[in-house]
Design a protein around this ligand. Sequence first.
Ligand code: SAM
Ligand code: SF4
Length: 330
Amino acid sequence: MAAPRLTDSFGRDVDYLRLSVTDRCNLRCTYCMAEDMTFLPKQQILSLEELRDIAAAFVELGVRKIRLTGGEPLIRRDILKLVGSLANLSGLYELTMTSNGVMLPKMAQPLKDAGLSRINISIDSLKAERFKALTRVGNLDEVLAGIKAAGAAKFKRIKLNAVILAGFNDDEVLDLARFAVDNNMDISFIEEMPLGEISSHKRVATQITSEVIRQQLETEFTLMDSAETTGGPSRYARVASSESKIGFISPMSNNFCSTCNRVRLTAEGRLLLCLGNEHSVDLREILRSYPGDTERLKTSIMQAMENKPERHYFDPEQTDIVRFMNMTGG
Ligand code: SAM
Ligand code: SF4
């Protein structure tokens, strides 16, 4: 019998789930969160068992890649247990995580041992003072130590993520790329999205396109376009004379929706079918009203695919989406 597949009404197969395990974070990046945030009470957050049940249902429906995210996934106390239980799901090809790296000095090796295959680490600046300003509370040395620890734990190709904001860190594009290449890692540059109302800056003033970032990179690196994909939204270029790839994530300037293969689950169990739309399906309600009814859960997930929108529309002048990125699960 053919394996079941999740297909939306535009014929796109969904085989990638981003699972947010908490909305909380030990940093407060200005583009991601407002200064004063209210986080979800604990009872609203999915339990370890609920997260596992939902992940298992998705894998039974053909999902092959799960990324754990948040908020900061490593501040969830039972994260190693979760990684261990998801890594054993038969049919899951890749279990990955996006982290800000702060807790990786202690956690990198245990995560690898628990079965995490890959990790992305966010780092937007290599200047300590600027890093602190961008994250409001962060200590760059901790993240650098986290990146080193991930390297020592021998994860499959580590990828760095940098959100570039014009006027804040766009003068560090070359430094960040050099850092990735020197450490034999990949790096993706991300355009800032208008998710959530922030007070630190006007998003329209900090927009910079992937194309402009690429032009900067080409003053130093020879980039060769690559058809490679890691199943996410990055378009990659190989860096000549190195093993590194540079990715461009362009939700603002280059809509990637036609190849969208992913959905997101918020920490409170809302299934988001699109980053740029508010529509969601409450899977927690189904789990808690019908405990153990896997078939009902799977049916709800399949039905939800019919409501996956064709594309997102972002306007940096307007924040139509009130959800912050820490709620969405990046
Ligand atoms: N805390 C972890 C981290 O920072 O890597 C995981 C969650 S974070 C929400 C995931 C990714 O989303 C990070 O790379 C972050 O830089 C990015 N991000 C957050 N807010 C964003 C925004 N408004 N536009 C674009 N990317 C954003
Ligand atoms: Fe935390 Fe990640 Fe958001 Fe920064 S981007 S505040 S590290 S969730």
